[in-house]
Design a protein around this ligand. Structure first.
Ligand SMILES: [Ca+2]
Length: 273
């Protein structure tokens, strides 16, 4: 069952922080954040994939679209999704070995986290496993800036990590006003900001990584509205099939968004309202 979206939803998000899983910031807000700006998502294209995946990580690297999937159906995989045809090819299928989560490329290496196994797998370009690192937290979303990996663990914190050994270099609490934003999931670092799916919501938030301030909130209900009746039925089939997966293509400047087990990926841009 989907609740019809109205323009009041964004205001309700700000007025009733529970919609974002928000809670008061312990000790009060150390940083005064500007009010988050509302964003919409302007869709420029759709890509119908030829097989679904329980999307936990999504990233464009060297023009190719990579996906990490979780083990909901025994399918912890790293996929390449052909951006022209939607054909999904598995680079790896580790089945039930662990529950795949966020992935990112850094320094020519592919990092894939597991969920509750506290593992981080490091692969080279030939899909050879080079290292298995330890994550002291649950693995959710993963991205990187110029020198650090950036991970979420389902809480309101972003963690900055060493690409060498996944040691924690720092962290920041994501908030607006005095409210924390919890359930941070899939991530994408673009031009100095971190974009994050908020688990079990239709929101993507834009975060200043230095302060944790939420700079913007995008409502993605419109993506659901674009699905065909058959596609909506597939997305509605399981409460786990929530919006998740955000990648940025530096060549086009556009984002790619999808959801867990969704049959469609959307291309477009965030537009400040
Ligand atoms: Ca991503």
């Amino acid at each position: 069952m989907r609740v019809p979206f109205s323009v009041l939803s964004f205001m309700a998000l700000l007025i009733a922080p529970a919609r974002l899983g928000a809670e008061p910031l312990a000790g009060g807000a150390a940083v005064q954040c500007p009010a988050p700006r509302p964003y919409s998502f302007e869709v420029t294209g759709q890509l119908h994939r030829d097989q679904p995946g329980f999307t936990e990580g999504l990233e464009v690297h060297d023009g190719r679209l990579y996906e990490s999937t979780g083990d909901l159906f025994g399918e912890t995989r790293i996929n390449v999704i052909d951006r022209g045809t939607g054909k999904v090819s598995a680079l790896r299928n580790d089945h039930h070995s662990y529950f795949g989560e966020g992935l990112t490329f850094f320094g020519g290496r592919l990092y894939q986290m597991s969920w509750r196994e506290h593992l981080v797998f490091v692969f080279d370009k030939l899909d050879r496993r080079l290292q298995v690192l330890h994550n002291p937290r649950e693995g959710w979303g993963l991205t990187h800036d110029a020198s650090r990996l950036i991970a979420s663990d389902g809480s309101s914190r972003l963690f900055f990590l060493s690409p060498r050994d996944f040691s924690t270099l720092g962290s920041v609490t994501v908030h607006y006003g005095s409210q924390q934003v919890s359930n941070l999931n899939e991530l994408e670092y673009v031009d100095g900001a971190v974009w994050a799916n908020v688990f079990e919501s239709w929101q993507v938030v834009k975060i200043a990584p230095a302060t944790g301030c939420v700079l913007g909130v995008a409502d993605l209900h419109g993506l659901y509205d674009r699905l065909s009746p058959d596609e909506k039925a597939k997305v509605d089939a399981d409460g786990n099939f929530v919006l998740n997966g955000i990648a940025h293509d530096p060549a086009s400047g556009q984002f790619i968004l999808t959801g867990k087990y969704w049959p469609v990926l959307f291309t477009g841009r965030f537009v400040e309202k």
